[in-house]
Design a protein around this ligand. Structure first.
Ligand code: SD4
Length: 344
């Protein structure tokens, strides 16, 4: 008889309630290490995170590498390659959170290539969790981050020129299935790759569970394209774009940030997991919370939640169909999974 079978019988004999027995055994089947990222472009971020996890490294280091990889993509909507605001400036938002509830965020940060590393620096070297705008840039430069030229990527320049033709302030909501019906280039919620190889989402969220059983997460974005100057979405907000509770699980989001902020979305997802829901059920309940007050309005935007629990179970759910995510574990190959959605 195998040792685990023997201990199962011993526990059963003690007549512990089944749930306690299940909980004890769940621990022995934790799916780790594992890393998940929003969108199919999560293959890029997971590929950067995986070597850290594979060597037994920390989830925090893995998610930072995931963000750096995306922020390095020249024509990607995450990082300096993303679409500018309506005044023509690229402004970045990012946050990171570890297994001890340490967190760091930057918002409205300009001309710095790796906002995620500035957020981590803030978390690790100051008593603060959130820096914005000029102050965030000053902090970055004082800590050795290079001030990059204020220049748009070739893709972003093209999209901006196109947008300027009408310069209409009507943030069009990226809904992937509509985009595949003909919209091209960076959508305002433009990182899933389009057929031509460019990206059509501007946010990357990554969650990792390391060999030690610890969770961390990150979220990085250039935000909504052609947004009002100074507009900040959910991505850098702890509890909205990202939340990690090392006892329970972690969640991240993508889509219309305003809708996620309204319900403190990722905090809500983690709290639903705390109440016993699976990651997918928790994401679904949080999406329903967003849709319920105004289902008609919800038809016009996309929000997707992605979550992982302490057992390494993963799940997602979105308002519209088209949201997907990438899972990388043993073997290191990223597998893309389509999320279920509220509207089909
Ligand atoms: C924002 N949540 O700035 C981001 C946008 C996004 O894929 O996720 N785009 O509101």
């Amino acid at each position: 008889m195998t040792p685990s079978r023997r201990s199962f019988l011993r526990l059963s004999a003690l007549a512990l309630p089944l749930t306690s027995v299940q909980k004890l055994f769940a621990k022995s089947v934790v799916r780790k290490p594992i890393v998940i990222s929003t969108w199919d472009s999560g293959q890029i971020s997971n590929a950067a995170a995986w070597p850290v996890l594979e060597k037994g490294g920390r989830a925090l280091d893995a998610v930072e590498q995931a963000a750096i990889a995306m922020e390095n993509e020249v024509n990607c909507c995450v990082g300096l390659g993303g679409n500018p605001d309506r005044d023509g400036f690229v402004t970045l938002d990012a946050c990171i959170m570890d297994e001890k509830a340490n967190c760091g965020s930057v918002a409205f940060l300009e001309r710095i290539k790796h906002p995620i590393s500035v957020a981590r620096k803030l978390m690790e070297t100051t008593p603060h969790v959130f820096l914005a705008g000029v102050g965030a840039q000053q902090f970055a430069v004082a800590n050795g981050f290079k001030l990059e030229p204020a220049k748009l990527s070739p893709d972003a320049e093209k999209s901006y020129k196109e947008w300027l033709k009408k310069a209409e302030y009507k943030p069009v909501i990226n809904i992937e299935h509509q985009q595949s019906k003909g919209q091209k280039g960076h959508g305002p919620f433009a990182p899933a790759r389009l057929e031509d190889g460019s990206f059509n989402h501007d946010t990357m969220g990554t969650l990792a569970l390391d060999n030690n059983g610890d969770l961390s997460g990150m979220c990085t974005t250039s935000g909504m394209g052609f947004k009002m100057r100074g507009r900040v979405g959910d991505s850098p907000i702890i509890g909205a774009g990202l939340f990690v509770d090392n006892e329970i699980g972690a969640a991240t989001s993508s889509g219309q940030g305003e809708e996620v902020i309204r319900v403190c979305g990722t905090h809500l997802v983690v709290e639903f997991m705390r109440s016993g829901l699976s990651p997918e059920e928790a994401c679904k309940k949080a999406i329903e919370r967003i849709v319920k007050p105004n289902p008609e309005r919800a038809k016009t935007f996309q929000v997707g939640f992605l979550a992982i629990n302490k057992q390494g179970e993963v799940g997602a759910y979105s308002v519209q169909k088209g949201f997907n995510y990438t899972v990388t574990e043993k073997g290191g190959k990223g597998v893309v999974i389509n999320a279920k959605s509220y509207f089909s």
